[in-house]
Design a protein around this ligand. Sequence first.
Ligand SMILES: [Zn+2]
Length: 311
Amino acid sequence: MAEKKETESAEKTTTAKKTTAKSSGAKASTAKAAADKAEKVVEKASEKAEAVAEKAEETVKKTAAKAAEEKPAAKASSAKSSKTPEKPYSTAGAMERRIGAIICWVLAIVCEIFAICLYTGKLEITFMKTTIALVILIVVDLILVIIGSLLWKKANHIDPASKKNKLKFFLWNNMGVIACIVAFLPFIIVILTDKENKDPQMKKIAGIAAAIALVIGVLFSIEWSPISQEEKTAQVQYSEHVYYTQWGKKYHLYEDCSHINNSDSKTEASVEEAINHGCNGVCKTCAGKYAAANPGQSYFDIQDAVEGGTN
Ligand SMILES: [Zn+2]
């Protein structure tokens, strides 16, 4: 408002000056008026600039105050994350394997979608029989599911989920089975609910192939030797030389243990390496032998191994 009045008065003065200039007819006074005008414009501009600067400063102050408010929260969260104890084993490679597994499963589901489209006639191919194409798609689907599950299970042994979060622990150990079911069951349902039955032979072959693939996929996807973050942490602190075999769920303390005596795939390793390979605990025979040979000294989870362990 004040600015407007100023402008008005300024304009009035200018007009007045202009009239004076006109009446006198002197060029010099016109120049003076122009100079005055320019000065006013500059003054106004600088006033405006000052106002803008003030506003900007206010905004900066407000943002700073907000940031200061948020800082304690950020500090608290960082303190939380630093509270979780560092894992006594390397988790390198786990994330890459999980990403690889998810990519495989997504591709497997894409195969299934193609198979459903082919079966229902939404998609047609001319270069081969639909039944053969369906079987090929089911096989590729199965291979992708299995690769995904093997990658996922390996990641679970490198970086196991904590038992404290029951849902996550369940999901992490059963993700392969879930992916397998998603990758086959909808297709099987489409076949089973197909009332038109245009091609009975195709229905039979595709149905049986998909059912077999589902069973094989689930068997490969089941986590046969689940391990938790807590179990791995407890075990890797022992650096004894252990032995594992290609498919064994338990690692062994003695090379001549009867369970691995005849195995060709016996590998000497650290506990961490044995767990990463797929083991989830110590062999109960070995743990018992160790307890007998070392009275008073308890091997870490002999009791667990003796009570609930298998070979
Ligand atoms: Zn053993």
